[in-house]
Design a protein around this ligand. Structure first.
Ligand code: AMP
Length: 405
């Protein structure tokens, strides 16, 4: 069977999925796996579509010291144990800069362009590019497609794209990009299927995971995001603060003498739910902990999501639907209920029973704003984009594709 490999390379893990492509262009998820603990406690795990385990293998740290070594291990395992025909690889790439507003087939010129954006996302972009480079050398004939977290937001107005700082900085790329674009694109498509009338209106999607942001959609297109130049801005996350007065950063630099590296650690690893609670970055831990500090972190999260909903509704000039997605949004009925309460003034009539039962529609029929829970699927979005760029299948495009599993 022809297959597409989807690669999502982070700082200490490489996630991958394998999708089969049948003769009708249908995508079928075959394998989902990852190597985490790169350089410390590497372990390769993978499961089949029926959730049965395919591999669970630890490695010595020096065998998998970095992302390229992890990719080599995944490729080796796939080669040795699987018999499918790899036709393309789709990569999640965090930053497409001002230039890329859609996925692109990768060649050396594209890699050189994407290298320029390393300074815009120093923690993520080099890891995203590492497997691309490895494969470009090992399998130059293989189609590789870069799918950007920023691309879905590139249609923002010039006003939404700006900070109020000197224009030369905008020209060199200091812009409000927005992230989680693959998730929002998938949810926008899914909403068109499950609620076509609402999907053409004014919609806020709340991607609430360990990284979290919110996006305003007008007729399925992103018009505003809570995230900006980096994935630090907006609502609080597991370990990132969300919106922060830049004066705080100046204070830490000048008064506290923090180094840029220490500051980076504080903002990316020690803030957010973890920093506020001093207990955990994981919402499950906080929800089950009776310590008032855990409750405070949860209260803060809910409060900031509500505040940002008001901001995004202002960008949209009103609101027709609000969608929960990602780890917290999909799984925590309690957090959804608490956020819904903050949306009451929009005319939300919450359906507590539907919410507790895990229904996709969690507002009552008379609700002026409909509330939905839509599980996201960034990997499927990447597979769709990659499939659409496969030359022999391009005529069929995405319209003929369906997920068979
Ligand atoms: P993600 O980054 O989308 O995988 O989301 C990960 C986060 O979702 C975790 O850090 C948890 O805080 C949260 N999460 C997952 N399941 C639950 C749950 N059942 N209740 C509350 N939070 C959850």
């Amino acid at each position: 069977m022809d297959t597409i490999l989807v690669v999502n390379a982070g700082s200490s893990s490489v996630k991958f999925q394998v999708f089969g492509v049948d003769v009708n262009g249908a995508l079928q998820r075959l394998i989902k796996g990852q190597i985490d603990g790169i350089g410390t406690k590497p372990r390769l795990v993978a499961e089949a579509s029926d959730k049965s385990s395919l591999v669970n293998k630890p490695y010595a740290p020096d065998m998998i010291p970095d992302v390229p070594a992890a990719i080599a291990a995944v490729a080796g395992w796939l080669r040795e144990t699987q018999t499918f025909n790899l036709v393309a690889v789709g990569h999640r790439v965090v930053h497409g800069g001002p230039e890329y507003d859609r996925p692109v087939a990768i060649d050396h010129a594209v890699v050189a362009n994407l290298d320029r954006y390393v300074s815009l996302a120093p923690l993520h972009q080099p890891n995203n590019l590492a497997p691309i480079r490895t494969l470009l050398t090992a399998r130059p004939e293989l189609l590789q497609v870069a799918c950007f977290d920023t691309a879905f937001h590139r249609g923002h107005s010039t006003i939404a794209d700006h900070f109020a700082i000197p224009e030369n900085l905008y020209a060199e790329g200091v812009r409000r990009y927005g992230f989680h674009g693959l998730s929002y694109e998938y949810v926008a498509e899914r909403l068109r299927e499950i609620a076509p009338a609402r999907a053409t209106g004014r919609v806020i999607v709340a991607h609430l995971g360990s990284g979290a942001s919110m996006c305003a959609l007008a007729n399925g297109r992103s018009v505003e995001s809570t995230m900006g130049f980096t994935a630090l801005d907006g609502i609080p996350m597991g370990t990132r603060p969300g919106q922060l007065d830049p004066g705080v950063v100046l204070y830490l630099l000048t008064e506290k003498g923090m180094s840029p590296a220490a500051l980076q650690d504080l903002l990316y690893r020690d803030s957010g739910l973890k920093g506020l609670s001093g207990i955990s970055n994981d919402m499950r831990d906080l929800e089950s902990n009776s310590d008032p500090k855990a409750a405070f972190a949860v209260d803060y999260f809910v409060y900031r999501v509500g505040l940002n909903a008001g901001m995004l509704a202002a960008a949209l000039g009103g609101l027709d639907a609000f969608v929960f997605t990602a780890g917290i949004g999909e799984n925590s009925a309690t957090i959804r209920a608490r956020i819904a309460e903050k949306l009451t003034w929009f005319g939300v009539a919450f359906d507590a029973a539907a919410n507790a039962a895990g229904e996709p529609l969690i507002s009552r029929p008379e609700s002026r704003v409909a509330l939905y829970v839509v599980p996201t699927d960034e990997e499927l979005m990447i597979a769709r984009h990659t499939l659409a760029l496969l030359p022999k299948r391009s005529a069929r495009g995405m319209a003929g594709e369906r997920l068979a599993s």
